[in-house]
Design a protein around this ligand. Structure first.
Ligand code: AMP
Length: 423
């Protein structure tokens, strides 16, 4: 075949639909339980929006955006993430005039030109939460708890919450200077990519995946030693909530991770990630934090906010290790034993579907081949339609997945069949 899916993209095939739906439904239902409402923003935006919010020096904006001039000459980008779009929508639609905080959730595809590997794609899906208009650590906890409830409802074991605080922008400036002082001692040992980070964005050295840098970072100054008393109070309040959660939910666990700084420019105070025990990018299931300065940077009123984005592929990949993909998708295959009765079969198929019985009419082939078809697609039953059946106003039904029982039902009582199929 001449055409292939683009590198870093993939198809979601029918048997995976169940698992994808389960994840999406769990996310939506959990968010709604916390009073969050759905928002959807366009998949492309003016490139400037991401340059301004994600940050011009970030990998995302520098190397990973799908940007192009459209036919009208505007420079637009496929969204690499959705916080910027949600904040733009918040300001543009005057949501600050509604009762705050705005509790919002989104779901959809994001695009980053990254080097594909396990858990890292060029088109991927994120579910995300944004709580806009409340600066209390209680909402940091709320957002972290929503993520936990989703993972917990999906039966995740072995996930760990990593938290840290970056303080406010003043704290970050002071901390960055300290960090520069520390890493300047090791500048010749740092790999090229981290030397570059040293020049442009020292905080991100802590995010490095290079072994030598990770080793050097172990003794680096910690943000928590440099943040203001206000930021520290905020952090400690969050930790009290986390301790409380841990005391009554034995599956929940967290650690303070001094190296957690997150890739985007707009975070302040709380940052967090949930990790599974899988190695590499696949192990980071979701990340988030507080981004109080962002709405103002975009020209809105000064409005604090906090949120997270969950990588749906990563969650699905983890679940696939434990859940079988959906095999059963048909309840009844109609076996037409007399080819003159095709029209009647269509009618009966419709009656079955009206009773919520998922039904396919077997292809026009021999009875044996029709039965093979029913077995091959894992149908729960075969429903026979022939002259005798129509004369007696009965349908013969054979259950295919249990002991091959065979019985008759009244032709106008599909509920009888439904009960048997569900039992
Ligand atoms: P970020 O927007 O970079 O903070 O990422 C939030 C979450 O989205 C991560 O924790 C991942 O689960 C997921 N994610 C980010 N980039 C990718 C990618 N290229 N492929 C798959 N999932 C991703």
């Amino acid at each position: 075949m001449n055409y292939k899916a683009q590198r870093g993209t993939f198809d979601i095939l029918p048997e995976e639909e169940g698992i994808w739906n389960k994840v999406q439904q769990t996310c939506f239902e959990t968010a709604r339980l916390f009073g969050y409402r759905y928002i959807e923003t366009p998949i492309f935006e003016e490139s400037g929006l991401f340059e301004r919010t994600v940050g011009e020096d970030t990998d995302i904006v520098e190397k990973e955006m799908y940007s192009f001039d459209d036919k009208g000459g505007d420079n637009i980008s496929l969204r690499p993430e959705n916080t910027a779009g949600v904040c733009r929508a918040f300001i543009e639609n005057g949501l600050h005039n509604t009762t705050l905080p705005s509790r919002l959730f989104y779901y959809g595809p994001m695009f980053r030109y990254e080097r594909p590997q396990s858990g890292r794609y060029r088109q991927f899906h994120q579910f995300g939460i944004e709580c806009i208009g409340d600066d209390s650590p209680d909402v940091d906890f709320e957002v972290i708890k929503i993520a936990w409830d989703i993972l917990s409802n999906l039966n995740f074991n072995n996930v760990l919450l990593n938290v840290n605080s970056l303080g406010d922008s003043k704290d970050r400036f002071i901390y960055t200077e300290e960090l520069k002082k520390y890493f300047s001692k090791y500048i010749n040992d740092l790999p090229k990519v981290d030397k570059l980070r040293f020049e442009r964005s020292p905080l991100r050295i802590l995010d490095s995946k290079e072994d030598i840098t990770i080793k050097i970072s172990e003794e680096a100054p910690k943000t928590l030693d440099f943040i203001s008393s206000e930021s520290l109070g905020h952090h400690e309040n969050l930790i009290l909530n986390l301790e409380e959660l841990r005391s009554h939910d034995k599956k929940f666990n967290y650690k303070i991770n001094n190296r957690l700084v997150r890739g985007l420019d707009y975070y302040n105070k709380t940052v967090f990630e949930y990790t599974s025990d899988s190695l590499g990018p696949q192990g980071v299931l979701l990340g988030g934090g507080r981004y109080d300065p962002l709405i103002k940077i975009l020209g809105g009123q000064d409005t604090p906010a906090v949120g997270f984005a969950m990588g749906i592929e990563r969650v699905v990949n983890e679940l696939k290790k434990n859940i079988d993909v959906e095999k059963n998708y048909v309840d009844a295959v109609i076996i037409v034993t007399d080819e003159n009765l095709r029209i009647e079969s269509v009618q009966i198929a419709n009656n079955l579907r009206n009773s919520n019985i998922r039904t396919i009419i077997a292809p026009k082939k021999s009875i044996k081949a029709q039965m093979r078809f029913a077995n091959n697609i894992n149908s729960k039953s075969a429903v026979f339609i022939g002259k005798n059946e129509l004369e007696n106003q009965k349908l013969s039904v054979k259950l295919l997945q249990t002991k091959s029982e065979q019985f008759e039902i009244d032709i106008d009582d599909m509920n009888q069949l439904k009960k048997i199929l569900n039992s």
